[in-house]
Design a protein around this ligand. Structure first.
Ligand code: FAD
Ligand code: NAD
Length: 465
């Protein structure tokens, strides 16, 4: 097979890699992308998209179950629905398939050459790929490592059989009767909630003293309340010890040190993700590492000239939109543009029920910066639109400097607040002050009005509370 030479080689076609390649192609850079699996990476195939599809189906089903459950205040009468999860999975796979083709089409449109197979470094400028038709050697002036991440396996609870990762959970064709989720973080709670809504008896085992420990307790309280209402058993301060000999049972060490057992048809282990740095010949290079991740600077440059790294392989936050933003930036740097990572914040959303959105500093983070802060919080119980959607649990909170009112962070928890992430992100990125948000006409009746009211509250000028 004839060797390929290019200016830019991207390894991995997840959100980081494919965005980098598309932008590079648009800029006229001769670009090759290598992908071992399907275009779109974790996010599109076994992450963001399929999980949100399943969450949506579960929400729809749960809503009708709720309406069918006796008399409801909306006055809607219906009969109990049925869920055919295998059909739901066909629908979800259809969306994934359409997006796979979409990514391939966008790469081709940008004149990016796609090589299918696993890439392995020979040296910093040469990569070999085992393709279906033989070994392909690629020489590149610049290489971007965008190999992503994979689920962390617990040594005492290896994946296999009824111990599953998010990947298998997103492909189940029947709802397990009893699902034990180990890890009450993003994936555990998003998927645990979805399966509970689909009828599983769900238990969550979380090692820390509370669920979603990366968020402040005030933000996670409405989520904990809803988990309880859905009948999900949450065990905090508890660790999974392993399987009982008899099988079908997870042994855990509870907060008080006692041993408990939980019967399970499936055990979903979601205790974090690890960077994919094995099996691609990284040991042939001398890259500085940052713990298990590849160390990068503000231009996503690694310690080797001409080698960049982006996305999950470079560490937290492991979010698709961070990977995409890094990919876009690196393409422009390779094209000779002057770019550096100067983002003010990376929004994060947890698609639980209710949803959580954060961007920038939490009140606690802000107080640690030694500046005086002003905080405005507006509850959804005082927002008309939230009432009409029966989503009164939650709030929007704005954190700003006390001296000049510069907004430092915005958080919200509530039904459907994920769509406010765009407004929050824009406000932070544009260097907004409280007066800018307070002085912007927010359409009525919307949940977004709570954002304006939170800013007004921080200024001591609240109108609706
Ligand atoms: P990845 O998407 O992991 O892509 C890496 C690609 O590289 C893969 O396709 C892999 O096959 C390929 N590859 C690896 N090694 C090689 C090699 N040697 N040769 C060739 N190809 C290789 N993030 C969000 O922002 N929002 C969400 O709602 C969200 N939900 C999630 C839900 C779940 C269940 C999971 C698991 C993750 C979720 N994430 C979410 C995280 C998100 O998926 C990742 O942050 C994102 O996919 C990272 O993109 P990436 O390009 O760095 O890597
Ligand atoms: P996570 O870090 O969000 O949560 C892991 C949880 O497992 C933590 O709360 C941790 O305390 C707990 N844990 C660790 N070891 C344990 C043990 N032995 N027993 C019990 N609990 C234990 O990780 P995740 O949920 O696996 O998700 C991985 C990453 O994927 C996230 O960090 C996030 O970046 C990304 N993701 C994002 C979204 C989103 O943006 N909506 C959704 C899913 C995943």
């Amino acid at each position: 097979m004839k060797d390929i030479s290019c200016k830019l080689l991207v390894i991995g076609a997840g959100p980081g890699g494919y965005v980098c390649a598309i932008r590079a192609g648009q800029l006229g850079i001769d670009t090759v992308i290598v992908e071992a699996g399907k275009p779109g990476g974790t996010c599109l195939n076994v992450g963001c998209i399929p999980s949100k599809a399943l969450i949506h189906a579960a929400e729809e089903y749960d809503r009708i179950v709720h309406l069918a459950n006796g008399r409801n205040s909306l006055g809607i009468r219906t009969t109990k629905p049925e869920l055919d999860l295998s059909q739901t999975i066909v629908w979800k796979d259809g969306i994934v398939g359409r997006l796979n083709s979409g990514v391939s089409g966008l790469l081709k449109k940008a004149k990016v050459k796609i090589v299918q197979g696993r890439a392995r470094f020979r040296d910093g400028k040469t990569v070999e790929v085992e393709t279906e038709t033989g070994r392909q050697i690629i020489h590149a002036e610049n290489v971007v490592i965008a190999t992503g991440s994979a689920p962390v396996e617990l040594p005492n609870l290896p994946f296999g059989g009824f111990v599953i990762s998010s990947t298998e959970a997103l492909a189940l064709t029947s709802v397990p009767e009893r699902l034990v989720v180990v890890g009450g973080g993003y994936i555990g709670l998003e998927l645990g909630t979805a399966f509970a809504k689909m009828g599983a008896k769900v238990s969550v085992v979380e090692a820390q003293t509370r669920i979603l420990p990366q968020y402040d307790a005030e933000l996670t309280r409405p989520v904990a309340k809803r988990l309880q209402a859905l009948g999900i058993e949450v065990m905090t301060g508890a660790k999974a010890k392993g399987l009982a000999k008899a099988g079908g049972t997870l042994l855990i060490e509870a907060e008080d040190g006692s041993e408990k057992s939980l019967a399970a048809d499936k055990i979903l282990v979601t205790v974090g993700r690890k960077p994919v740095t094995q099996g691609c010949g990284l040991d042939e290079l001398v890259l500085d590492m940052d713990g298990p991740f590849i160390r990068i600077d503000e231009r996503c440059r690694t310690s080797m000239r001409g080698i960049y790294a982006i996305g999950d392989v470079t560490g937290e936050p492991m979010l698709a939109h961070r990977a995409m933003a890094q990919g876009e930036m690196v393409a422009e740097i390779v094209a000779g543009h002057k770019r550096a990572w100067d983002k003010r914040g990376i929004p994060a959303i947890c698609f639980t029920d209710p949803e959580i959105v954060t961007v920038g500093l939490s009140p606690e983070d802000a107080r640690r910066t030694d500046v005086d802060v002003k905080i405005g919080q507006f509850p959804y119980s005082a927002n008309g639109r939230a009432m009409t959607k029966m989503g009164e649990d939650g709030f929007v909170r704005v954190v700003a400097r006390a001296d000049n009112h510069l907004v430092l962070g915005i958080q919200a928890v509530g039904q459907g607040v994920s769509e406010l992430a765009a407004a929050f992100g824009l406000a932070l990125e544009m260097g907004t002050r409280l007066e800018d948000i307070a002085g912007t006409i927010h359409a009525h009746p919307t949940q977004g009005e709570a954002f304006q009211e939170a800013a007004l509250k921080a200024l001591g000028q609240e109108l609706h509370i």
